[in-house]
Design a protein around this ligand. Structure first.
Ligand code: ADP
Length: 424
């Protein structure tokens, strides 16, 4: 009879363990899928209290600034109390567990010299027994998990320690992930706000700069008309600089329009051959100064497309300007256009300095320049390609670059030959 009784008890014990394990597995799965810190901590506490049959459970994480352990969750504390109560690393059980990176089982906390009375005093609570385990991620201890006061007349056991250790390993990773996620979210929010401020700034600055600039341009070209000798050369420089400033402001405004979705296509049907020729013409004097050679390969008969001519002019202008700028004297610039797979293709090829593979995508980011602006040999704001990309994509097309450092770059884009109503 006694044997039967003992057997039954053993079976009951094993069943309890299996059910605990099942619970642990389920909680582990849940911990892995939750990225929100507060509900995650609540669940961990709830499960520990149930599995260890204790009155409470606390999660303390190291506060890197003060070097103390700070409560992040505990059932016996209100939210505002959590924030106020800290446990020192010296002379506390949690501090010992943290520093030694070992679990601890204490059946009579009041008699343990390491016990820190501060928390009980503030909460008017009496801690009798404690199990504590370190929370660690990749070998680094980030906090301590404690179960407090076994319920009924049972005693804390090493089986409880095992349950907590198993859960602590999962919980620590989940806590760390949630923390990283929170940091990322905050960084994103900040970035978003900065982006908005920048966009507002560009819009105001562009507006304020344009009025005085148009006056400068107007008066300078008026004076240029009647000036002679040295004065006319000086006025040419004033005009050129003012025009450059005007185009920089134009770039900023264009980019803002693309970003805010204000940019719209004004469609017309025109010859792509013609547009390429007109754009190239604008750069011929610069190309001549740099003694570069030019190649042109255009389809015959001319390729007619339906697109926004002014915007494509800007795209080609930016690509050509870069090709000339980043190609040393004596280099070669080629422009190719053709029709393929129902699309218009354009390539601008140069024998310039080239772009490293890892930068091929980033050069299309706004303000991005391969060479940092302060040490730059080439002028520019890093906006041309992002505007070109925005304009091509507005047409439902794609733009990319292939390049070899020291050999040259080829920028390619393609667009649909016609724009379907309501956008591409
Ligand atoms: P910007 O020319 O004003 O700097 P862009 O957006 O037009 O800005 O170009 C971004 C960067 O991409 C350039 O600063 C340069 O580092 C690189 N780049 C663009 N075109 C070329 C090219 N044809 N050859 C080499 N590098 C280029």
């Amino acid at each position: 009879m006694e044997v039967e009784e003992a057997l039954r008890e053993r079976i009951a014990g094993m069943e309890r363990r299996i059910s605990n394990l099942e619970r642990l597995v389920r909680v582990s799965l849940m911990l892995n899928s939750t990225l929100s810190l507060e509900p995650l901590l609540e669940t961990i506490i709830q499960v520990i209290i149930e599995l260890t049959e204790t009155e409470d459970c606390s999660i303390m994480l190291l506060d890197e600034k003060t070097g103390e352990l700070r409560f992040r969750a505990a059932r016996r504390m209100r939210r505002e109390e959590l924030e106020q109560i800290a446990v020192p690393l010296d002379n506390s059980i949690a501090g010992w567990i943290f520093r030694e990176n070992k679990p601890l089982l204490i059946r009579d906390a009041q008699k343990d010299t390491r016990f820190y009375q501060g928390v009980d005093e503030k909460l008017d609570f009496c801690t009798r027994s404690i199990i504590g385990v370190p929370l660690q991620v990749r070998g680094r201890v980030i906090g301590v998990l404690e179960a407090i006061n076994k319920r009924g007349d049972k005693e804390m056991s090493w089986e409880d320690v095992n349950v907590m250790t198993a859960l602590a390993a999962q919980a620590a990773i989940a806590i760390e992930n949630a923390r990283l996620m929170e940091e990322l979210r905050m960084a994103y929010e900040k970035l978003h706000e900065l982006d908005r401020l920048k966009s507002d700034f560009i819009s105001i600055a562009a507006h304020e700069l344009r009025t005085p600039l148009s006056l400068i341009l107007g008066y300078a070209s008026f004076l240029r008309g009647s000036a002679t000798g040295q004065a006319s050369e000086q006025l040419d420089i004033v005009l050129q600089s003012a025009m450059r400033l005007n185009s920089l402001i134009g770039d900023m405004v264009n980019l803002r329009h693309i970003e805010t979705g204000e940019a719209q296509l004004e469609l017309g049907i025109f010859s792509l051959n013609d547009l390429v020729r007109v754009c190239l013409q604008e750069f011929l004097s610069l190309i001549r100064v740099k003694q570069q050679t030019v190649g042109l390969n255009l389809p015959s008969p001319p390729l007619m497309i339906e697109a926004d001519r002014q915007k494509l002019h800007l795209v080609l202008g930016n690509l050509l300007s870069n090709a000339v700028k980043f190609t040393p004297a004596g280099g070669r610039i080629e422009v190719l256009a053709c029709e393929r797979e129902g699309k218009a293709w354009v390539a601008v090829r140069d024998t310039g300095i080239g772009i490293p593979r890892k930068e091929w995508e980033r050069v299309f980011d706004r303000f991005y320049q391969v060479e940092p602006s302060l040490s730059r040999r080439y002028e520019g704001m890093g906006l041309g390609l992002s505007i070109a990309k925005g304009m091509v994509e507005l047409h439902g097309g794609r733009i990319w670059v292939e390049s070899e450092v020291g050999k040259g770059s080829t920028f390619v884009f393609h667009l649909p030959l016609t724009q379907s109503p309501g956008g591409a």
